[in-house]
Design a protein around this ligand. Structure first.
Ligand code: SAM
Length: 174
């Protein structure tokens, strides 16, 4: 099963129309689209204007969202109440003229802020693209943080075909 298929299947069991959720990297809006369908309200971040525009177009049939053009390390400037779920799909926007790749040190800051803003029994879904050096370093840094800080990982998924496939963690705050 492809990573996206796994994540989307899993998401369907985690959230419903009472929930407020956050997409920390909207990209082309594929995850945001499903979140708009499943949740009450969706807040989406991306650092790349092209990604925000692509996502706006992708989710134009919905009205339950807010898109923010900013680095997701600033998430706490925009969100004050507790959220049910955050999703990080790391890496860069494919085919973009000016792609910006997520950086481990920033992702760690954003993860910690998201965890603080997460309600009890809420979830963080995070996918690492370990097939390139930057993505592997990002995975290593965050995985170390999870292990050293009792972050509860309830599921890990990597498509079987290759160790270079993306790795997804499902994290639960208890
Ligand atoms: C793999 S894409 C996301 C794909 C998207 N979830 C989808 O379903 O189409 C990663 C995105 O992260 C964005 N990004 C990179 N660094 C960021 C940062 N510091 N803050 C917010 N977004 C960032 C990139 O611009 C890119 O659009």
């Amino acid at each position: 099963m492809k990573t996206n298929t796994f994540v989307h299947k899993y998401l369907k069991g985690l959230i419903n129309k009472d929930d407020e959720v956050v997409d920390m990297t909207v990209g082309n809006g594929n995850d945001t689209y499903l979140l708009c369908k499943l949740a009450k309200r969706v807040i989406g971040f991306d650092i790349n204007k092209e990604a925000i525009n692509n996502t706006k177009e992708r989710i134009k049939e919905f009205d339950n969202y807010e898109l923010i053009l900013d680095n997701h390390i600033n998430v706490d400037k925009y969100i004050k109440n507790k959220m049910k779920l955050f999703i990080f799909n790391l890496g860069y926007l494919p085919h973009s003229k000016n792609p910006t790749t997520t950086k481990g040190t920033e992702t760690l800051v954003a993860f910690k802020k998201a965890y603080d803003l997460l309600m009890n029994n809420g979830y963080i879904i995070i996918t690492f693209y370990v097939g390139h050096k930057g993505g592997f370093d990002e995975y290593y840094l965050l995985n170390k943080y999870f292990n050293e800080n009792n972050i509860l990982v309830i599921e890990k998924y990597q498509a079987k075909s290759s160790i270079l496939e993306p790795i997804t963690f499902i994290i639960k705050k208890v």
